[in-house]
Design a protein around this ligand. Structure first.
Ligand SMILES: Cc1cc2nc3c(=O)[nH]c(=O)nc-3n(C[C@H](O)[C@H](O)[C@H](O)COP(=O)(O)OP(=O)(O)OC[C@H]3O[C@@H](n4cnc5c(N)ncnc54)[C@H](O)[C@@H]3O)c2cc1C
Ligand code: FES
Length: 214
């Protein structure tokens, strides 16, 4: 979903639909720049121009799911968890105030400062995961976090893992190529129209991490 508010920002900003109810959609967002600042300043009853839903979401395969989210990367998990057989949710964040809650599902949390759950990184929670009890995995968060998590997955789990990618977006429908994500084997995927959800192995993680550090 994208939200527009004139005269600034010129381009819309992409957000995940966190959950839906009747004709309402919920988004969960944090203020990081001017666009989200404007969004946070909107008042009840004010109109916004939205474009969406756009792109491809998680493939809702049958079987037991493991959800792994870093910070606001878990914004789409409430709706996802309600649509699948969700066995376990692992959530990590820098601190308690940046940690999402997914009510109604078994959730284990960890924070870098220890203000909620264990103190540490989400990868610390993976040591006790029984990977073979899950037939699908959903993963979302910052690129270095996702790369570290994938590095700890056995091959079979990795083959069943889907990631929700984040890239800066211009148009939102495949025209500007501003949202390119490096594709395994060469070339690029468009986050807005090929994704944002991709199978783990369709992404060239080395190149993508290089772009983020570059
Ligand atoms: C598919 C998708 C779904 C998203 N879902 C959510 C959501 O549910 N909740 C939420 O809070 N945010 C979400 N985001 C991120 C959100 O779009 C950005 O935070 C927002 O566009 C920032 O706009 P701004 O004008 O406030 O900040 P800007 O002034 O545009 O940027 C502020 C800072 O944030 C960085 N930044 C902005 N956008 C991104 C991005 N996409 N990836 C990495 N760094 C970025 C910039 O480099 C800059 O340092 C999503 C992004 C994508 C691509
Ligand atoms: S945002 Fe323009 S092609 Fe994806």
């Amino acid at each position: 979903m994208e939200v527009s508010h004139s005269p600034f920002p010129v381009t819309r900003r992409p957000f995940t639909i966190s959950s839906t109810s009747g004709d309402s959609v919920e988004i969960i967002f944090e203020v990081v720049g001017r666009g989200t600042e404007i969004l946070a300043e909107t008042e009840e009853g004010q109109s916004l121009r939205l474009l969406g839903p756009l792109g491809c979401g998680y493939r809702l395969n049958p079987g037991n799911w493991l959800l792994i989210g870093g910070g606001l990367g878990a914004a789409g998990f409430p709706g996802l968890a309600a649509s699948i057989d969700c066995g376990l949710v692992l959530l990590g964040a820098a601190s308690r105030d940046r940690l999402l809650t997914i009510p109604g599902f078994e959730t284990v949390t960890i924070t870098e400062d220890g203000s909620s759950g264990r103190k540490g990184l989400i990868t610390d929670l993976l040591e006790s995961v029984q990977w073979d009890s899950f037939s699908s995995i959903a993963l979302c968060g910052p690129v270095p976090m996702m790369k570290a998590v994938i590095g700890m997955m056995p091959a079979e789990a990795r083959a069943n893992a889907q990631v929700s990618a984040e890239a800066r977006m211009g148009c939102g429908w495949g025209a500007c190529e501003g949202c390119s994500v490096p594709k395994a084997g060469g070339g690029f995927l468009k986050c807005c129209s090929d994704g944002p959800v991709f199978s783990v192995d369709s992404i060239d993680w080395e190149r993508w991490e290089g772009i983020h550090h570059g």
